[in-house]
Ligand binder design. Structure first.
Ligand SMILES: C[S@@+](CC[C@H](N)C(=O)[O-])C[C@H]1O[C@@H](n2cnc3c(N)ncnc32)[C@H](O)[C@@H]1O
Length: 284
């Protein structure tokens, strides 16, 4: 056992995190300590002397050090909340963003309004979109598609954890055999694909550099996945079905154009609470 001053540990790492540019530094130090010790913030301030095992001490120090190097908090905590549920995350899978919740809200609204029976979540990652739609609606047939084996393992784990009735498929949507491999049609295609441009990739926050490049980069102009998904929709989308996309900042005109060129109707866009356009949809 080692005897430590927990208040000193907390205060000194708060200082280090603040200097490292971590804005929510007080909470983050607290959460990282609480990952290993069941202790409240008032006890941290009160207790000068605290006994913990050497293993626990080194786990806390390693985690704090990693985070001070801007390694993502969620990868250390191994979980991220999204639309009222927790998702397992770690290296190799994109951390779900709260921006994506408005896409789920719209998806739920459309599934209920049009009485859709099936959907496919393309580029599923953790499964946060597909699992949310399955859990929040009465839909009967769901599929999630992902091509990264590392991400797929998290998809499987999250599906199991949430006891979700969704089929999973490990497949590259650019593969030639895609349409034969997915031999079913769906009422809804939903996707938050990689959409960052080359320029975006050069200006990422330090934390994002630890996330998989393949989950972020949508080739030079960030639009290659939208072109591909709209093109495969000819084979896998039912008549009167719809496509619902999350998009990157400033991509709405381009993505609307892609849907118009493929003769999609009643095209619309989705704004988040800050009036930023986050999604685009259209009907076949
Ligand atoms: C922006 S992330 C979205 C993850 C998740 N849907 C979300 O909203 O958090 C894009 C995902 O697409 C996957 N992906 C990239 N290229 C792919 C491809 N060619 N075929 C299928 N999935 C792909 C990545 O591995 C990543 O998990």
């Amino acid at each position: 056992m080692v005897e430590i001053s927990i208040s000193y540990l907390y205060n000194s790492w708060c200082e280090i995190f603040e200097k490292a540019g971590i804005s929510n530094f007080k909470n983050e130090v607290l959460w990282l300590i609480q990952k290993y010790i069941d202790i409240s913030i008032s006890d941290i301030h009160l207790l000068n002397s605290y006994n913990i095992s050497e293993g626990t001490h080194s786990n806390i120090l390693n985690s704090l050090k990693k985070r001070s190097e801007r390694y993502p908090l969620q990868y250390i905590l191994e979980t991220q909340p999204f639309y009222t549920r927790d998702y397992f995350v770690g290296e190799g899978v994109l951390i779900p963003r709260s921006d994506t919740e408005c896409i789920c809200e719209k998806g739920i609204e459309f599934i209920n309004k049009h009485k859709y029976n099936s959907f496919v979540d393309i580029c599923s990652g953790t499964g946060c979109i597909g699992i949310t739609l399955e859990k929040e609606t009465q839909i009967s047939r769901c599929l999630a598609i992902e091509n990264s084996l590392l991400a797929y393992k998290y998809l499987e784990k999250n599906k199991k954890f949430h006891n979700c009735d969704i089929k999973l498929k490990l497949i590259d949507i650019f593969s030639k055999s895609f349409a034969e491999d997915i031999d079913q049609k769906f009422d809804l295609i939903v996707s938050n694909p990689p959409y960052l441009t080359k320029e975006d990739m050069e200006n990422l926050q330090p934390e994002v550099l630890y996330e998989p490049r393949d989950a972020l980069f949508g080739e030079t102009n960030g639009l290659s996945f939208y072109h591909r998904i709209v093109s495969i929709s000819k084979k896998i989308l039912n008549k009167n079905g719809m496509i619902l996309f999350e998009i990157g900042l400033g991509q709405s005109k381009d993505v609307i154009k892609i849907l118009e060129n493929a003769c999609f109707l009643n095209i619309g866009f989705i704004q988040d609470d800050s009036n930023i356009t986050r999604g685009v949809y259209g009907f076949k």
